[in-house]
Each structure stands twice: as structure tokens, then as C-alpha cells.
Design a protein around this ligand. Structure first.
Ligand code: SAM
Length: 290
């Protein structure tokens, strides 16, 4: 598919390039923040599963604005983690690592000089297989890994925002999140396609149980905290659902015609170590025809 065809099909892809974002995902975080205002006053942030870096760009912009309002406060600190290498971004400390590893949590903490983060965000997604049950399961595991790492680095009262797939096990995940956050909301930004089961959970006011010691043991389901992760009867967790983003704004599922002045732009930051690089090399060397 040509670039201009994708531009036409996906208005947020086109807008991202026009506005200087590395990925269209930037709009999801911007629209979530418009609704919840969770980046207000934030000084320390962690971006889990950050490559190619559009959420980190949003953090860098918003935390910079916060700092201008309170210049007497320390400079903002942003740590971005991903399995993949990421092109450098001003004001963002990058860490190539796996969010399921305790060593990654320890490295993040070391960057904060012993302090804790005000917010942890995670747009993590495994490579989708197309087998829906499998994809949902892996996504849920990645979310639990993000929650686990969050319990190591987030300050009490802090916020956790993460991508979630609205599959059949979602209430199980809600119960897990409710153990740590009294306020959990599921939200779907306008820039996220309706055809996708993706949504985002916004978990506010981090309050770990009194007997909780952060551990990377997974899944958290194994742990019991005063029966709070009971899933039956009145304890079954239901969280509010909020659609966000301007209803008069662009609809991610619609195709918008290109104007006469339209000029196709290159993506701002192509992947620096594309996952398909090895496959391309093998193809070039005729590996698949042998
Ligand atoms: N928020 C990013 C942005 O705005 O540019 C896009 C994130 S992309 C949808 C999902 C990322 O999750 C991929 O870059 C992938 O490498 C990363 N990822 C998946 N599993 C991971 C893991 N276990 N540890 C760290 N990163 C992981």
C-alpha cells in the first residue's frame, strides 16, 4: 500500500506526520489527558513500551509546560523503556529493556535518584498473531507486567494509564487494578478505532495494600489481599467506561478525502531496528527460495 493511500485511509496517521509526532498513538494520550488531566503538575514520568516514542514526545511537551509554570521545582524527568532501541528524544532518558524484568524496575528507580514517579504510562502491545484469544491473553500478561513494575516505581497517590484489550477476561484485570487503585476508569479515545478492541485504563490515586511488597512474581492473581480480588457476587468489579476526544473531531474509522494542497510526508521517525529487518535480509539473500 502506498503512503498516500495510508494517508487517505488513516487521518490520524496523516495528522501525526503534519504535527511532528512519531506515531499516531500520540493523539490517544493527548485525548485521554484532555479528559482526565492526569499530566497536570507531573514532574516524573515513566513511559513503558515507548518505541518509537510519540507518548514520550507528549510527556516531554506537557512536563516542559508544567515546569514553565513552576520553574522553582526540579527539572522534569522522563524515563522511556522498550525492548526495541528508540531514536533519541530531548529530555527523555532511554532504557532498552524488558518490562517483565525486576532489573528494569531497579534501573528506572536509579534514574529517579531514589524518588518515585508521579505517573506510569504503558501503550505496550505484543506482536499480534490474529488468534484473538491468544492476543488477548498476551496483552493481559503485558498489562500485569506493567502493573507489577508500576508497584515498584509509582508514588502513593500516583496515576497508571495503560492499554487494555476489552476481551472476556477484562473484569479479572479490573479486579487486579482495583487492589491498588480506588479509581479505575476504562476509556476509549476518538483516535482509537472502534473496530479495535483496544481501550485504555486510567487508574488514579495509587494506594497499595498495607501488607504489599512489590515483587515481579506474575501473575498477581496468586496473591490474596483481604479477599479484595474476589470475583463473584457483589465483589465482581465493574468500572465506568468513558469515551474521550472531541466528538466533532476526526473519527478514526472514517476515510477523509485528501485536499488539493495535500503533499505526502515521510514518517517522522522510521524504526531504527525494525523487527522485520532480519526477514528482509533473509529475503534479499534468497533464503526463502532455497
Ligand atoms: N506508545 C508508543 C508510541 O507512542 O510511540 C507505541 C508503543 S507500540 C504500540 C508497543 C511497544 O511495546 C513496541 O515498541 C514493543 O517493542 C513494546 N513492547 C512489547 N513488549 C514489551 C516488553 N516486554 N518490554 C518492553 N517493551 C515491550
Amino acid at each position: 500500500m502506498g503512503k498516500s493511500s495510508k494517508d487517505k485511509r488513516d487521518v490520524y496517521y496523516r495528522l501525526a506526520k503534519e504535527e511532528g509526532w512519531r506515531a499516531r498513538s500520540a493523539f490517544k494520550l493527548l485525548q485521554l489527558d484532555e479528559e482526565f488531566n492526569f499530566l497536570q503538575g507531573v514532574q516524573r514520568a515513566v513511559d513503558l513500551c515507548a518505541a518509537p516514542g510519540s507518548w514520550s514526545q507528549v510527556l516531554s511537551k506537557r512536563l516542559g509546560e508544567n515546569h514553565k509554570q513552576t520553574p522553582e521545582e526540579p527539572e522534569p524527568k522522563i524515563v522511556a523503556v522498550d525492548l526495541q532501541a528508540m531514536a533519541p528524544l530531548d529530555g527523555v532518558i532511554q532504557l532498552q529493556g524488558d518490562i517483565t524484568k525486576k532489573s528494569t524496575a531497579e534501573k528506572i528507580i536509579s534514574y529517579f535518584d531514589g524518588g518515585m514517579a508521579d505517573i506510569v504510562i504503558c501503550d505496550g502491545a505484543p506482536d499480534v498473531t490474529g488468534l484473538h484469544d491468544m492476543d488477548e491473553y498476551i496483552q493481559a500478561q503485558l498489562l500485569l507486567a506493567a502493573l507489577n513494575i508500576t508497584t515498584h516505581v509509582l508514588r502513593p497517590g500516583g496515576t497508571f494509564v495503560a492499554k487494555i484489550f476489552r476481551g472476556k477476561d477484562i473484569t479479572l484485570l479490573y479486579s487486579q487494578l482495583k487492589i491498588f487503585f480506588p479509581t479505575v476508569t476504562c476509556s476509549k479515545p476518538r483516535s482509537s478505532r472502534n473496530s479495535s478492541i483496544e481501550a485504555f485504563i486510567v487508574c488514579q490515586n495509587y494506594q497499595p495494600p498495607t501488607d504489599y511488597t512489590p515483587t515481579m512474581a506474575n501473575p498477581l492473581l496468586d496473591l490474596q489481599y483481604d479477599g479484595m480480588n474476589e470475583l463473584t457476587g457483589p465483589n465482581r468489579t465493574i468500572v465506568p467506561f468513558i469515551a474521550c476526544g472531541d466528538l466533532n473531531g476526526y473519527d478514526a474509522d472514517r476515510t477523509y478525502p485528501l485536499t488539493s494542497s495535500y503533499k505526502s510526508l515521510d514518517p517522522l521517525q522510521p524504526p531504527i531496528t525494525a523487527p522485520y529487518k532480519t526477514a528482509m535480509e533473509l529475503k534479499r539473500n534468497n533464503f526463502y527460495n532455497k
